[in-house]
Design a protein around this ligand. Sequence first.
Ligand code: NAD
Length: 335
Amino acid sequence: MKKILITGGAGYIGSHTAVQLVQSGFEPIIIDDLSNSEEKVLDRLEEILGKRLTFYKGDCSDAGLLNQLADEHDLAGVIHFAAFKAVGESTVDPLKYYQNNIGSLMTILAFMKARQIKDLVFSSSCTVYGQPDVLPVTEATPRQDAESPYGNTKKICEDILVDLVKSKPGIRVISLRYFNPIGAHPSGKIGELPIGTPANLVPFVTQTAAGIREKLTVFGDDYDTVDGSCVRDYIHVMDLADAHVKALAYLGEQKENFYDVFNVGTGNGNTVLEVINTFEKVNDLKVNFEVGARRPGDVVKIWADTAKINSVLNWQPNYSLEDSLRDSWNWQKSL
Ligand SMILES: NC(=O)c1ccc[n+]([C@@H]2O[C@H](COP(=O)([O-])OP(=O)(O)OC[C@H]3O[C@@H](n4cnc5c(N)ncnc54)[C@H](O)[C@@H]3O)[C@@H](O)[C@H]2O)c1
């Protein structure tokens, strides 16, 4: 079984990817400093998988710890999820974001080079497209100035990867540009852990439905979209997890010094109001919401052209928006 280091593997996308990796015959080794997750995720993963995953508690910018880990495990690849991701916080404390998101990637790359670990899948984001002029966005759509320090860290990390691969270090890299991950494992045992006030729509919807939040505010209903609210491409986290497994398999077939980038979305855009209506319908609930003012910096509409990942990685989403919103609610109930 190939061992894959998952940085940030106790987090939302990392924990679901760990499940998919095990089910595809890989052995995930998790490193996480639990800065945005809880150790009990490991217990939940054990309940789902029927076995305990190897876990190192620590910072993946700690080269000593990485080397200890590589002495103990023969690593075939790395999936680098670990990063801070709160857009708002990144505008208040940009150095925290540049330090962790870029610093950790630099450490991981130096480590991979030194230990001759070939394959890397990197968590990028559709945020690199900014406010796109043409929709849907393809991987060739020009990236725009980042709207936040967080978004800028993803652009810079992509640039670092391109430059490194050009220098022929012997590694193979895929950046996956995630659109909007939602949903949870169908068992309801793992999902997105909301710490503080959620910045994303779906955790806000589920918390409002659960009575944790009094009211949800829709930021603007006068945009140029079907119902005036913003449009996003919502992708079930299990489908996103699956894209990592496909990316690793594809990297295994490539020559050294390979770099490519793939959108991971459904190819469909849904408005905020459609998400709320669908959530209410599939879960037979009412969500208390009001329409407020536009939020500065919001991208009006974005969804992915997924032709490249569909054909090259042979990846297709299996879950619908309805499935995602049912699973999100299921997870909220278990919380
Ligand atoms: N969730 C989204 O909407 C979204 C969208 C696009 C891209 N991404 C990217 O995907 C990745 C995973 O996101 P997520 O939603 O699972 O976030 P998450 O916060 O749930 O998971 C990240 C994990 O990394 C850990 N971590 C952070 N810094 C660390 C460090 N230096 N060393 C060790 N562990 C560290 C955290 O404790 C957390 O468990 C991030 O890189 C994020 O920027 C997320």
